[in-house]
Design a protein. Sequence first.
Length: 229
Amino acid sequence: MPRSGAFIPLLLLFLLPGVSPYRYTGKAEVCDENMASVPAHNLVGEGIDITTLGRTGAYLVDTSLWRGPNGTCSLCRNPLQGGQLQRLPLAVVDWRVHSWCNRDLSSSVEESAVGVARAMGSDVNNDWKLELGLPDESPVLALGGSQSRLAGYAYQKELHDKYMFIRHEVSCVYYRLRLPQDPPLTPHFSRALSRLPPRYNSAAYRPFLATYGTHYISQAAVGGGACGS
């Protein structure tokens, strides 16, 4: 099964101005095991389920590798942590520092549980429907986010009466990072991928997708926020 067809990368990315930290190649004697890695490096490469929008806990991309040729490594200076030098994993590129908060409250109104599911699915900022061959008005387009907790709450309410669902959100971003187009895969994911039959077989594919998810995180804007409905 081609990886590009089964795992369309997620673009969890805010298009914000960033600060590129001072980065250089450290010598082997500087790059020791005890040096901290850059914050949020282990958020990318993890699988997610597009229907629940939940992380699977299984990693498709190996972000633990950091040692380059002759024991060297890439180092970044983090101004948000007192200028500390931190290691950059080989699989992570474009790691940047932000200092940005949206002080304005973002609000939206949905009139149905399907609308809530669509809104939740839109938080995934890539075209997860790519290569599925779905028409623009297909009811299947509500699939993204349809099994999320917020959508489940909306479905339960809708069973008893007609509701309008109001969503409020504020957010801050401190770091931004992404994976390259051809990142190193974890050994266990590579083995699981190689064991899949070339044609879809539910007995083989369902456990695989339950473990690794339908997509993986390839870009991330990392910070904090609050969302209420």
